[in-house]
Design a protein. Structure first.
Lengths: 274, 268
């Protein structure tokens, strides 16, 4: 290929490079800039210094995120395995069924959990009919975690499934032939082989759970503020962009650290599986 | 074991679909309650069909999704062709890392960071109303781009690099060589990227929430402001209509895909 043509074929990437610099890199620099300046643009550490006040909120977000991620993993792993054992056609249908809810506004889906969880809601009136006392569910921490698990479960199922679907099941058979019982086969064979899917599932659930703001407002009734709620308020209600920026900066650093930990555990196999 | 598997699968899907069943059921409710069903009625569907705010929002959502997905697909496909030609090195690694940022960063941080950029530009231009269709389009293209690039790049890697050269040796101009030879072979990746972008854009709330202005509101934004108050079944009816349209589209898409797969299988 001539030099000119090869230059031209590289130059077609330039609109993207400009775009990425303007709208991916520059906005992040603005987050840093706003975190260290006040409303009139002067350098200040005031906002960074007020951050310890939000430590309990950060800890709650991380804790809820971890619990939701673990529950998603426990639910998704067996399901992904079951789906991967089905015929090609059935697999396709099940994957579609897992993805389908994601195409409906998550706001509306989360909202309609209120009708299910309310004290006089559908679940409680069902419990009443079979003679069980009503359980208080809405506006609890459990409801918030349920909302997270519900919204992000597909992000755990799909990557684990896509790894399992490609697994070489003769390996599993070999494992059984070598005398492994069911428990050992799962522990020594299936889990290690599906690890890349698990890793990407964990990040895909943990990141949105930690940073969510709608779920906690609707299902937590305002008493379980997460870090996303605090950030949202700074930008949409109290218009304190500088504080909001410094909180976002911490959230971003937090996510980078947790991803680094994840990648460390998966020994560099943390490739995104979509 | 088989029985256990069936029950387990059923329970998980019950969990995933319970709120959707509730929503579909109450969209036909005769009263305005979203928790007590008092009879069948189509009034909410009639109401939503004549509600100007929702119709405008639906139109805005579709316009934004079409524009942003096409723009992202064009820029992203061109970017992939270029990136594929880059020598491996710090620049290429850095560019790919940058491409991953919108996918790994929390959505709220992406939204907030773009809002800060736009607000800053607004301050320079001395206008209060910088947020609107333009800023939303930029935001949507930005979060769509990584998905296009990551679906097109693997396809480019699979295609034979000599193909484009062969076409040029046979007298094709570089540009027409791309359109006649390279593009057809990466088309499945391009289409997947386009569809992904379209659905992501259609559904996005968090990033839109921080980059939209009062002048241009999409459906998720309208839904959000409605769920701040008590929701009436009209929102459910709207969601039900969208859900059914997507379901039908998906079924058609799946049938088409299956048919084309059968065709390629027969060719072999």
């Amino acid at each position: 290929m001539s030099k000119r043509a090869s230059f031209a074929s590289k130059a077609v990437a330039s609109p993207y490079i400009v775009w990425a610099a303007l709208f991916i890199i520059a906005p992040l620099l603005f987050v840093v800039y706003y975190s260290f300046t006040n409303a009139s643009g002067d350098f200040t550490l005031v906002y960074i210094q007020t951050l310890p006040k939000y430590l309990p909120t950060f800890l709650r977000s991380i804790w809820f995120g971890i619990v939701a991620t673990v529950i998603c993993l426990i639910i998704a792993f067996p399901l992904a395995y079951i789906i991967s054992q089905k015929s090609d056609k059935a697999q396709r249908t099940f994957v579609l069924l897992v993805m389908l809810p994601m195409w409906m506004s998550f706001l509306i889906r989360t909202y309609s959990w209120i009708a299910l969880l309310q004290d006089t809601g559908i679940i409680n009136s069902f419990l009443g009919k079979i003679g069980i006392h009503p359980v208080h569910m809405i506006n609890t921490g459990g409801a918030v975690i349920l909302g997270m698990v519900y919204n992000f479960l597909p992000y755990m199922i799909l990557p684990i499934y896509s790894v399992m679907a490609k697994l070489d099941f003769s390996m599993v058979e070999a494992c059984q032939d070598l005398g492994g019982n069911t428990f050992n086969v799962i522990k020594r064979c299936i889990i290690p082989m599906s690890l890349p899917g698990v890793v990407s599932g964990i990040t895909m659930v943990f990141v949105p759970s930690v940073s969510t703001f709608y779920i906690s407002q609707k299902l937590g009734g305002g008493s379980f503020d997460l870090i996303g709620d605090v950030i949202e308020r700074q930008f949409q209600q109290s218009y304190n962009y500088n504080l909001g920026a410094s909180l976002s900066l911490v959230l971003m650093v937090l996510i980078v650290i947790s991803m680094a930990i994840m990648n460390h555990f998966s020994e560099g196999e943390g490739e995104m599986v979509i | 074991m088989k029985v256990f598997n069936r029950i387990y699968t059923f329970l998980v899907f019950l969990f995933l679909y319970a709120p959707i069943f509730v929503l579909l059921l109450f969209s036909f409710n005769a009263s305005s309650s979203t928790s007590v069903f008092s009879g069948f009625s189509l009034q909410w569907y009639k109401m939503i069909m004549s509600d100007a705010t929702s119709i405008t929002a639906l139109r805005n959502t579709l316009i934004l999704a079409v524009c942003s997905s096409i723009l992202a697909t064009v820029i992203g496909t061109a970017a992939s062709v270029g990136i594929e030609r880059f020598r491996k090195g710090a620049f290429r690694t850095g560019l790919m890392a940058t491409t991953n940022i919108p996918m790994t960063n929390p959505e709220i941080v992406t939204g907030v960071s773009m809002m800060l950029l736009f607000v800053f530009i607004g301050r320079i231009l001395k206008t209060d109303s910088v947020l609107g269709f333009g800023t939303m389009l930029i935001a949507h293209v930005t979060f769509n781009l990584p998905y296009v690039i990551l679906t097109v790049l693997p396809k480019l890697r699979q295609t034979d690099k000599n193909l484009a050269e062969a076409a040029q040796d046979l007298g094709c101009k570089p540009l027409s060589a791309f359109f006649k030879v390279v593009l057809p072979s990466i088309m499945p990746g391009v289409i997947t990227g386009l569809i992904m972008s379209f659905t992501l854009s259609l559904d996005d709330f968090i990033i839109s929430y921080f980059t939209s202005g009062p002048g241009f509101q999409t459906l998720p934004i309208v839904i959000f402001s409605m769920t701040k108050k008590r929701v009436k079944p009209d929102m459910y009816a709207l969601s039900a209509i969208i859900f059914m349209s997507i379901l039908i589209l998906l079924i058609f898409y799946n049938i088409a895909q299956q048919k084309s797969e059968e065709k390629t299988e027969r060719k072999r």
